[in-house]
Design a protein around this ligand. Structure first.
Ligand code: ADP
Ligand code: MG
Length: 763
C-alpha cells in the first residue's frame, strides 16, 4: 500500500455528511451542527433523501447531486447501509470516509463480518476509511470539528489520537483547563482501515503538531507501528497510554473497539525501543504533554533538586530514585560558593535545601548556578513559586488580618501592642529603603524588605524562562498553589505541578525520552544479504514445521553463531566412527521430526567417553524413543561434541502476531519458569541494546561473577544476540521461531556455544 496522503483528510476543501438530520440528539444533527458552529473554512454539503432543508441549509438527496469535488464523506447512517454508501463514495471519487456508525467488529461475530466486507468494498472502491465506531475528528488548521460531541478545542500543538472518542474528549477537556491546545484530534475507532500508525506518520510530518499523544487499546499492525514510531519520535515526542494489558482490561477493550490483544511485554519493549513515552494514567498524559509542549528536552536523566524545605527534598529524592533518575553530587566549588550565600545550616549537597530562605535574589542565584552545572540535565525547583505576591500592600493586608484575629480573643492586649508593632515595622521599612544602596544584603532571617518587589511570580517566571532558554535545560517547578498560577504558567512557558510525585514523574519520563533522542540510531539499520537467504533456503526442509537440530545449527553457523561439531549416524558403528572423529567425550541425541523435547523422550545421552558407551547409548536411545512414541520416525542419531564448564542461558526468536519477530534472552531453569526473568526486544538489536538485554535480567549477577562464580563471556552473548537479530529480520516469513537452549557461555573471553537449537519453518 502506498503512503496515504492524509492531508486531504485533515484539510478537506469540502465535506459531505451522509445521514444529516433535523432531529435533535441524532449524530446526523449534532455533527454537522458542530462543523457549522466550529467555523469550518470549507464547503459543507448535507445529504438526506427525505428532507429539502436540514439545519437551515439546502439538503441534497444523494451524493450524485452534489456539485464539485468532495474530499471527505462523513457517514452517520445505520451500519447495514454503510457498505453501499462507501461504494457510492468510490464512484463519486471521494478519497476518505469517516464512518461514525457503530455495530461493527466491536459487536461480535456478525459485526466482524460486516467490518470485513466494508474494508473489502473500501479497497475496491479506492476509499480510505477512518473508523468505524468513531466519535469523529478535529483539525485546527481547517477549523473542522467533525465530532458528535459538543466541544470546542483550543488551537495548539498537541496531536491526539485515541481509539476511544470518549477518552479523547476527556483529555481535550482536561487539556483545555491546563492550557493545552490541539492541532489535530482523531478518534480512530475500530481502525478497520486507517490505523493509529497512519495518523502518527502524518502527525510526525505535520507542522501544526509538536507533541503526539495516543490512547491505544490494541495495536493491529505492531511491526509497522514500531518502525513508524521509532522514526517519528526522533523528531517529536510520542506519549502513549495503553490499556488492555490485564486480562479483564483486554476483554473490555475487545468489546469496546474490537481491538486486538497485545502481549504486554512485547508492547512495552516496542514502546521503550521506539522512544515512546509510556504513561499509566490520563493525568500523566496531560502532565507530560504539558511539559513537552513548553520545556526543552533534557539530555539525560541526572537531576538537580532545589528545595525550600528538607522533608520535601527527601521525599522528592526518593521518588526520583524510584523513577530511575540519577541525583549527582553537587560540585565542590559550588558547595563553597553556596556556603558564602546560604545560612550555615543549609544541606551542603543535592538536593540543595535553601532552609526556607525567602531571599529572592539568592534563590535566583542558586537556581542559575545549578542550571550551569554540567552534571545536571534538568532541575526540579520546589517551593520557590509561592503564588503570593509580596507587595507592600500585601504585607499591610496581612498585618490587619492578624490584628483582627488576635483582637477577637484578646482585644485589650491587641490594642496595647499592635500600634507599636505597626510603628516599628514602618520605621524599619523606611530605614531599609534608605539604606538599600549602601548596605550588603542580609544572609538570614525573614524577608528582606528591600527585595520586596522581587516577590512577584511574574518576574520569577520570566527569570526561569530566561534560564531555560540560556542553558537548554528544563526546569520543572513544584508548588502547592498550582491552580493559582495556571494563568501565569500559560503565559510563560513554565510548568508547575502541585506535588513532587507529579513533577518527578514528568521529569523521569522526559529524561527517558531525552536519553533516547541522544542515543546513536545507527543500530536501527539492517542490510539483508540475499545470497545468505538463498543458502538457507537450500538447507531448510521443504515443509513447514520443526527443523532438525543439526540443520538449525548449520543455519545459525551461516550467521556466525558458534555451534557444536556434530555428525548424524545411522548405525552404532557409524556413531563410533563419528565419535572418534569428534573426540571423546561426546553426546548422543535422537533426530526425529516427532520429538520436540529430546530429553523427555529419553533421546539424549551425555558425556559418553568410549566406543562401548557410544554403542550402548545409541541402542538405548532407539529403545527409549520407540517406547515414548511408537510412531516416531528416527532419521538417525546425532553424535555431538560435549561442551564443558559453561553457564547455560537461552537466546531465541519468537513471533508476535502483531509485532512480528521478537528476540528473547534469559537464564534457564527456574529463572524462566518461575521468575519469568526474560528480556525481550524487537529487532534490529545492536550491541548496545543487546547488552542492555543481558544486564536487565534479574539473574544478571550470576553471569557477572557474583559470589565467586566465574564471569561469563557476556561480550559473546551480546554478539550472538545481534546476529540472531539479523537472522530474525533476514529470514522473516521463512523461519518463525528459533530457540537456542541451552546456549553455553564460557568464561570471559572464551566464547559460547549453541548446544541445542530448535527452529520452526513458517508456513
Ligand atoms: P532437549 O532440550 O531437546 O531436551 P538438549 O539438546 O537441550 O535437548 O539437551 C538437554 C540438556 O543436556 C541440555 O540442556 C544440556 O544441559 C545438556 N546437553 C545437551 N547437549 C550437550 C552438549 N553437547 N554438551 C554439554 N551438555 C549438553
Ligand atoms: Mg534444549
Amino acid at each position: 500500500m502506498t503512503e496515504t496522503d492524509l492531508i486531504k483528510f485533515f484539510e478537506p476543501r469540502s465535506v459531505a455528511v451522509i445521514g444529516a438530520s433535523n432531529i435533535i440528539g441524532k449524530w446526523g444533527f449534532t455533527l454537522p451542527l458542530n462543523i457549522l458552529t466550529g467555523g469550518y473554512r470549507g464547503k459543507l454539503f448535507l445529504i438526506n433523501p427525505k428532507e429539502k432543508v436540514v439545519l437551515g441549509m439546502r439538503a441534497f438527496p444523494d451524493l450524485q447531486s452534489v456539485p464539485g469535488e468532495i474530499d471527505l464523506a462523513v457517514l452517520t447512517i445505520p451500519a447495514e447501509r454503510v457498505e453501499e454508501s462507501v461504494r457510492l463514495c468510490g464512484q463519486r471519487g471521494i478519497p476518505f470516509a469517516l464512518v461514525i456508525s457503530s455495530d461493527f467488529a466491536e459487536a461480535g461475530k456478525e459485526g466482524e463480518e460486516r467490518e470485513r466486507r466494508l474494508v473489502r468494498t473500501a479497497r475496491e472502491s479506492g476509499v480510505r476509511i477512518v473508523g468505524p465506531n468513531t466519535m469523529g475528528y478535529f483539525s485546527s488548521s481547517s477549523r473542522l470539528t467533525a465530532m458528535g460531541i459538543i466541544i470546542n478545542p483550543t488551537r495548539g500543538n498537541l496531536g491526539l489520537v485515541t481509539q476511544s472518542g470518549n477518552l479523547g474528549q476527556q483529555l481535550m477537556n482536561r487539556g483545555k483547563e491546563e492550557g493545552i491546545g490541539i492541532s489535530r484530534f482523531v478518534g480512530s475507532g475500530n481502525e478497520a482501515d486507517l490505523t493509529s500508525t497512519d495518523f502518527i506518520e502524518f502527525l510526525g510530518r505535520d507542522p501544526e503538531t509538536r507533541v503526539i499523544a495516543l490512547y491505544l487499546e490494541g495495536i493491529k499492525d505492531g511491526r509497522r507501528f514500531f518502525e513508524v514510531a521509532r522514526k517519528v519520535s526522533r523528531e517529536k515526542p510520542i506519549i502513549v497510554l495503553k490499556t488492555g494489558k490485564t486480562e479483564v482490561g483486554a476483554r473490555v477493550a475487545r468489546s469496546h473497539s474490537g481491538a486486538v490483544v497485545n502481549d504486554a511485554g512485547v508492547a512495552a519493549t516496542a514502546f521503550r525501543q521506539s522512544g515512546i513515552i509510556e504513561v499509566g494514567t490520563t493525568d500523566e498524559v496531560i502532565d507530560v504533554a504539558r511539559a513537552l509542549l513548553h520545556l526543552p528536552v533534557p539530555a539525560g536523566n541526572r537531576v538537580g533538586i532545589m528545595t525550600m524545605g528538607g522533608g520535601w527534598g527527601v521525599v522528592t529524592t526518593e521518588i526520583c530514585v524510584r523513577e530511575g533518575l540519577r541525583i549527582p553530587e553537587l560540585p565542590e566549588e559550588l558547595k563553597k560558593h553556596f556556603d558564602s550565600l546560604l545560612p550555615p545550616f543549609w544541606s551542603r549537597g543535592n538536593p540543595v535545601d535553601l532552609v526556607g530562605t525567602p531571599r529572592r535574589r539568592l534563590q535566583f542565584e542558586v537556581m542559575e548556578k545549578m542550571a550551569q552545572v554540567p552534571e545536571f540535565d534538568f532541575l526540579l525547583v520546589m517551593g520557590v513559586i509561592t503564588g503570593a505576591m509580596f507587595t507592600y500592600w500585601d504585607l499591610l493586608k496581612r498585618f490587619f488580618i492578624s490584628f483582627f484575629n488576635f483582637a477577637g480573643n484578646h482585644f485589650w492586649a491587641a490594642l496595647s501592642f499592635y500600634p507599636s508593632v505597626f510603628r516599628k515595622s514602618r520605621a524599619s521599612l523606611r530605614k531599609s529603603r534608605k539604606e538599600r544602596k549602601n548596605r550588603p544584603a542580609k544572609k538570614t532571617g525573614g524577608i528582606d524588605l528591600r527585595e520586596i518587589k522581587d516577590f512577584n511570580d511574574e518576574l520569577l517566571a520570566r527569570r526561569i524562562q530566561g534560564m531555560m532558554g540560556k542553558y537548554r535545560k528544563p526546569m520543572i517547578a513544584i508548588s502547592g498553589v498550582k491552580n493559582q498560577l495556571l494563568e501565569l504558567t500559560k503565559e510563560f512557558d513554565l510548568v508547575v505541578y502541585d506535588t513532587p510525585e507529579r513533577g518527578a514523574k514528568v521529569g523521569a519520563r522526559m529524561a527517558e525520552y531525552g536519553v533516547f533522542r541522544h542515543k546513536d540510531s545507527r543500530d536501527d539499520k539492517v542490510a539483508i544479504d540475499p545470497e545468505r537467504v538463498s543458502r538457507v533456503r537450500n538447507l531448510i526442509p521443504e515443509f513447514p514445521g520443526l527443523v532438525p537440530e543439526r540443520v538449525a545449527k548449520e543455519i545459525l553457523a551461516l550467521y556466525g553463531i558458534p555451534v557444536t561439531r556434530e555428525k548424524l549416524a545411522g548405525s552404532p558403528e557409524e556413531a563410533v566412527q563419528a565419535a572418534r572423529g569428534i573426540g571423546y567425550p561426546v553426546a548422543l541425541k535422537v533426530e526425529s521430526p516427532q520429538v520436540v523435547h529430546k530429553t523427555e523422550a529419553g533421546g539424549v545421552k551425555l558425556g559418553l567417553d568410549s566406543d562401548q558407551a557410544v554403542i550402548e547409548g545409541f541402542r538405548n536411545i532407539i529403545r527409549s524413543v520407540g517406547q515414548y512414541d511408537p510412531h516416531a520416525q528416527i532419521s538417525g542419531i546425532l553424535v555431538q561434541e560435549m561442551a564443558r564448564g559453561g553457564v547455560e542461558v537461552f537466546a531465541g526468536v519468537s513471533r508476535d502476531p502483531s509485532f512480528g519477530p521478537v528476540l528473547a534472552f534469559g537464564l534457564g531453569g527456574i529463572f524462566v519458569e518461575i521468575l519469568k526473568d526474560i528480556s525481550l526486544r524487537l529487532p534490529p538489536v545492536g550491541p548496545e541494546e543487546a547488552l542492555a538485554m543481558v544486564t536487565a535480567l534479574r539473574g544478571f549477577p550470576l553471569l557477572a561473577g557474583a559470589r565467586g562464580r566465574a564471569k561469563a563471556d557476556i561480550t559473546k552473548a551480546v554478539e550472538i544476540l545481534t546476529r540472531l537479530s539479523t537472522l530474525s529480520l533476514e529470514l522473516e516469513g521463512l523461519v518463525s521461531e528459533v530457540d537456542i537452549n541451552p546456549l553455553m557461555l564460557f568464561g570471559e573471553g572464551q566464547g559460547g556455544l549453541a548446544v541445542d537449537a530448535r527452529m520452526i519453518r513458517a508456513d
